[in-house]
Design a protein around this ligand. Sequence first.
Ligand SMILES: Cc1cc2nc3c(=O)[nH]c(=O)nc-3n(C[C@H](O)[C@H](O)[C@H](O)COP(=O)(O)OP(=O)(O)OC[C@H]3O[C@@H](n4cnc5c(N)ncnc54)[C@H](O)[C@@H]3O)c2cc1C
Length: 287
Amino acid sequence: MHFGLTEEQDMIVSTVRSFVENEIYPHEAEVERTGEVPNDVAQAIKQKTIDLGFYACNFPESVGGAGLSHLEFALVERELGRGSMALNHFFGRPQNILMACKEDQIERYLTPAIRGEKMDALAMTEPDAGSDVRGMKCTAKRDAGDWVLNGTKHFISGADHADFVIVFVATGEDDTPRGPKKRITTFLVDRGTPGFTIRDGYKSVSHRGYKNMILEFDNCRLPDAQVLGEVDGGFAVMNEWLYATRITVATMSVGRARRCFDMALNYAAERKQFGQQIGKYQGISFQ
Ligand SMILES: Cc1cc2nc3c(=O)[nH]c(=O)nc-3n(C[C@H](O)[C@H](O)[C@H](O)COP(=O)(O)OP(=O)(O)OC[C@H]3O[C@@H](n4cnc5c(N)ncnc54)[C@H](O)[C@@H]3O)c2cc1C
């Protein structure tokens, strides 16, 4: 049995590695200094990713993606992990939960997201509901045939650039032997929808230029056509599409750790103290 990568997988790794080295690394110092990604740089990264055939590479070919397997996509994320998260954001990987789009949602959200014409963000976390997703307080209530959303989401990555947001909200509660359990529904909310505002989130210690945003819903009215998946079926949509991201977050972290190691290794080889490279001293060389 062969556990190594195939020739094609090796090629994916080297293609994405050179992309990161040539298109991402050169802009990192400026993003680090200013905390912003200049729009022309963002658009250039996006266009080059499209030209390379890697935009939305996590989507099947049947809907216009590159059709990478989970392993191949994990390799892509590992290489992207070497570079700035703010810049890599434009090497677009829309949320694969958009595969749950139906009917005209396909033309309005799925296809433009895969083509790079619209960007998405995903909103689950709330100030009082992080790991405990079901503890969410954001609600959507029925009113005159529409849904009316109220509540706050925070830590939402990429919402500063998003044309629409995929939002998880409580649409009811069931009594269970273990206490009340929220029913969750997923909605597609366009930027600019009345009652929906996006504002700056908190300063974070790392990922300069990669912003987390706060979303406010204040009597934001949405028709049924904005429900992604089934009403009260938010957990089913999450289970089907979101859990794969746990692997990609982990592989991205591996990429980051590898870059840190490379930098430390080079420094240990270049830096000299007491007449020799510091990497020759045991305390450093063991590491
Ligand atoms: C870089 C970044 C980007 C993010 N982007 C998004 C985004 O785009 N959309 C979005 O919705 N959210 C996003 N988040 C939010 C993220 O999903 C939450 O931070 C996460 O769910 C944890 O929630 P919390 O920060 O409120 O921590 P808490 O849930 O308050 O957890 C605090 C600590 O308690 C521990 N803990 C909690 N429950 C248990 C338990 N039962 N047993 C043992 N330990 C426990 C946790 O492991 C953690 O160490 C992002 C976060 C980061 C850091």
